[in-house]
Design a protein around this ligand. Structure first.
Ligand SMILES: Nc1nc2c(c(=O)[nH]1)N[C@H]1C(S)=C(S)[C@@H](COP(=O)(O)O)O[C@H]1N2
Ligand SMILES: [Mo]
Length: 540
């Protein structure tokens, strides 16, 4: 039969070939996600594991950039970017396989191996490997199948064309090409639907642990030692500063987790290990049944740029860290306290910082008398007044290990210095909240307001100046304690219309005034940003 194209000789159309690759990749990822959901191990989902592996390898300046550009949506942006790249790889796998199945299969298998390696790294092997294995099998199987359907379709079309050119009147097999087309169409539709169901199913299954119910069961946390009530006049919220206590859902969030760990209070364990006289282990109930204290603390992220938003205040409820360390008995020679999570994150705190009696450090189980929000570490986290979060505030805490600075936690493994000398107290800083950038204000009395912080030392004065003029001492809000921010306000007469620039500087109670020298938060080590915040506004 001259002109008849056999399936082996056929060339699939570009659209069909590309679609086969794309759908195979989608089905593979979706089934991996489904199996991970069944196992309740999001880190086993090849898609998320690759994302997390990427985060772990992103150089710090790029992470800083991502946080600055996209804020808390940085994770969504990463996941979408990955989806685009994976779709392209799928298309390529299809397009290199328009004739033979092998080239595309090699691409699919390579992708599967990358996913498997990421899961091995992120979830540590074991049962979790079922997810990438299922993913790989489905990817290969679907690609093979759609590839065959695509070739058959092409072969039928070839046969039709051949017979059509010989017999323009009628075809002996009028339904052959329709069948071939329908075969691929039906097959690809089924795969797309299956992938969508698996993806959604995996997410639903992963969420079947009811964190909300666990938090409800914990209920209100009433401390035996409440924090003093926040006095009136502790903030100037009516002028544009934050409220003194940050509503928990508005508390800034910074972490390396693509998905918030969904832990339950009833399953939580906190172990105290390493260089101690006796290792200890607590359940959530053991902690909550202790004498709970409440401390008002302002937390700050080292990545906060001058004028930035990564600073918030809460009434944290928990057990004093020192109390637990004393019970365990810190062995001589221990210098570093490493906080760990069940999924492998770690950070290190200098013991020399947390041990002195005047230091406030909590193993916290609540904020504002409610259980921690999941994104802020439910069920158990650490909060240390005066230290940046990355060296103190482990969320989703499962272990506190006493060790030395020979051990490098997460960030230090990625090049940050954890020399105990290098770890700095949160830098004294101030911010202008009103007027806003490029805000228009009427000429006359202009009101300025903002915040300042110098945790563990306290704010002594905040000054502002307009257009480089004389510094003006502002009025401070009522001090709550030295571990929290303090608001400032001032009024100045400005008659001249046009653009004006206001600058702010704080002096802490140790007598140090903020340096005007501008430094980025990570420079190249994580030292915290320096320099004065300034805002340009317009008088009309
Ligand atoms: N498990 C875990 N804990 C973590 C982090 C993290 O990535 N993982 N990030 C730290 C950093 S850099 C900061 S600034 C604080 C932020 O805590 P928050 O999100 O509750 O504001 O958490 C710290 N604790
Ligand atoms: Mo941070």
């Amino acid at each position: 039969m001259a002109g008849m194209t056999s399936p082996e000789r056929a060339v699939a159309g570009r659209v069909v070939a590309g679609l086969a690759g794309l759908l195979a990749v989608a089905a593979a990822l979706a089934v991996g996600h489904l199996v991970a959901g069944m196992l309740l191990a999001t880190s086993a989902s090849p898609y998320l594991a690759v994302g997390n592996a990427a985060i772990d390898r992103t150089p710090q300046p790029v992470k800083e950039f991502a946080v600055a550009q996209f804020g808390t949506s940085d994770k969504m942006v990463l996941l979408l970017g990955m989806a685009v790249v994976l779709a392209l790889v799928g298309l390529i796998a299809g397009l290199v396989s328009r004739r033979r199945v092998l080239p595309g299969l090699i691409v699919i298998v390579a992708l599967g191996v990358v996913g498997g390696l990421a899961v091995l790294e992120q979830a540590g092997g074991g049962l979790a490997l079922l997810a990438p294995v299922a993913s790989l099998l489905v990817g290969v199987g679907v690609f093979w199948w759609l590839h065959r359907l695509g070739l058959r379709r092409a072969a039928r079309r070839g046969a039709d064309d051949a017979s059509a050119s010989r017999e323009p009147t009628a075809s002996a097999e009028p339904t052959a090409s329709a069948l071939g087309r329908r075969g691929f169409l039906a097959g690809s539709t089924a795969v797309a639907a299956g992938a969508a169901l698996s993806g959604v199913g995996g997410t639903l299954l992963a969420h079947r642990t009811d964190v909300a119910a666990s938090r409800r069961a914990v209920g209100t946390l009433v401390p035996a030692v409440p924090a003093p009530p926040i006095p009136p006049g502790a903030d100037f919220a009516e002028l544009g500063t934050p409220t003194f206590i940050t509503p928990s859902p508005e508390f800034y969030r910074v972490d390396v987790n693509l998905r918030v760990p969904r832990l339950l209070a009833e399953d939580a364990r906190l172990r105290i290990t390493g260089m101690v006289d006796r290792e200890l282990e607590f359940g959530f109930a053991d902690l909550r049944d202790r004498r709970l204290v409440e401390r008002t603390i302002t937390m700050t992220c080292v990545s906060n740029y001058v004028g930035g938003p990564y600073v918030s205040t809460s009434n944290f409820v928990g057990v004093p860290l020192r109390e637990l360390l004393d019970e365990a008995g810190v062995a001589p020679g221990a210098t570093q306290l490493v906080g760990r999570t069940a999924d492998g994150f770690s950070l290190g705190t200098p013991l020399a910082w947390v041990l002195p009696p005047e230091r406030e450090a909590l193993v916290a189980i609540g904020m504002n008398r409610e259980p921690l929000l999941p994104e802020h570490g439910f069920p158990i986290r650490v909060v240390v007044a005066g230290l940046y979060g990355y060296v103190s505030a482990t969320k989703w805490l499962s272990e506190l290990e006493l060790t030395t600075f020979d051990f490098d936690p997460y960030w230090e493994q990625r090049g940050w210095d954890n020399d105990p000398e290098g770890i700095v107290r949160i830098k004294t800083q101030s911010r202008i909240d009103a007027p806003g950038s490029f805000e228009q204000v009427p000429a006359g009395a202009v009101t300025f307001a903002g915040i300042a912080w110098a945790q563990t030392v306290g704010i002594a004065t905040v000054e502002i100046r307009v257009d480089g003029g004389a510094w003006l001492v502002t009025e401070l809000s009522t001090e709550v304690n030295v571990n929290t921010w303090r608001m400032w306000r001032a009024t100045m007469r400005i008659a001249e219309p046009g653009a004006h620039t206001v600058e702010v500087r704080a002096t802490d109670k140790s007598g140090d005034t903020q340096t005007p020298m501008r430094a980025a938060p990570i420079n190249p080590g994580p030292d915290g940003a320096t320099g004065r915040h300034s805002v340009t506004f317009t008088v009309t």
